[in-house]
Design a protein around this ligand. Structure first.
Ligand SMILES: [Fe+2]
Length: 305
């Protein structure tokens, strides 16, 4: 197994990744893992991957032709697993098991959803910058996304480094952020897009949770901005002022110098640390199928009590 930083000459020259200027901050962001079949990873491989995640925060594995069961098994070696309780389709309406987040535009029969389909419109929230499960009391550690079917064009995923974004703030800005507590909810992120079509059960299930705006990585102790489009309020702040502040901070944190773009090939597996990154999907032709399966490793603890 070999782990090569995205900004290495090898990856730049081979066009393995479409990466932008990721090295400006001096923090390594993103790497490509080669020479590993994840279905046969050893304990030493898992340990090396976890160490690489602490450094690079996003890892790209190419040509991993896996089943959901293999994806789940590999993911669970990094910690306790989340269930897909953030998906809008639950129980018998689901296409996939609750172990897998359904990141697709497909219905239960595998057909592309209509343009005005409720689940599709809800899923458009994935195109806003976010950290997975920041709306849960214990937010996610890692996400692992496997590309099963990809459209002919578009549908890239972009990643932003929240450690670099933190370091690039000046002292006064860091000081202002340090003790702020934000409310996160899927009701807020979908509300940004004008999606208000929630049942009473969904409104209850996804009522806001509190998270600190600045967090620290449990291993590296690097500070990072815990931003997400799920944020709709800051505790003790007027709402319009809070939303403006979060919008400004998000603009700062997603400047091109902190961002790289992943262009999907079928059977890519991309793994990221939600504790130090944000990501978003990009537009594609909604009449074409796009089918990605996500497994999610749960965080260790609540961040605010
Ligand atoms: Fe996501």
């Amino acid at each position: 197994m070999k782990i090569t930083p995205l900004n290495s000459s090898e990856n730049r020259a081979s066009n393995t990744v479409s990466s932008t200027s990721v090295a400006q901050s001096g923090i390594d962001f993103g790497a490509v893992v080669t020479g590993l079949d994840i279905a046969h990873a050893t304990d030493a491989d898992i340990s090396a991957i976890e160490n690489a995640m602490d450094c690079y925060a996003v890892l790209v594995f190419r040509n991993q032709k896996i089943t959901d069961a293999q994806q789940y098994e590999f993911s669970s070696r990094f910690g306790a697993m989340e269930q897909a309780t953030g998906d809008i389709n639950q129980s018998k309406n689901r296409r996939l098991a609750m172990d897998i987040n359904d990141i697709s535009n497909l219905d239960r029969s595998g057909k592309v959803r209509a343009r005005d389909d409720r689940a599709r419109l809800f899923g458009l929230g994935n195109m806003l910058w976010h950290s997975d499960s920041s709306f849960k009391t214990v937010p996610a550690k890692y996400s692992l996304l496997s590309a099963r079917v990809i459209p002919a064009a578009g549908g890239n995923t972009e990643f932003a480094d929240m450690r670099a974004a933190w370091v690039a703030l000046d002292r006064a800005q860091q000081h202002e952020c340090l003790n702020l507590v934000c409310e996160h909810s899927q009701l807020y992120s979908r509300g940004i897009l004008g999606f208000e079509d929630f049942t009473n059960d969904e409104r209850t299930k996804w009522s806001p949770v509190l998270q600190p705006l600045v967090r620290q990585h449990p291993v590296t102790e690097a500070k990072s901005l815990f931003l997400s489009s799920h944020i709709g309020a800051i505790v003790n702040w007027p709402v319009p002022e809070a939303r403006l502040f979060i919008r400004d901070l998000t603009e700062h944190a997603t400047q091109s110098e902190f961002v790289f773009t992943h262009t999907w090939n079928q059977w890519d597996l991309v793994m990221w640390d939600n504790r130090v990154t944000m990501h978003r999907a990009r537009r594609y032709d909604h009449t074409q199928p796009r089918d990605l399966h996500r497994t999610t490793v749960a965080g260790d603890t609540t961040l605010y009590s």
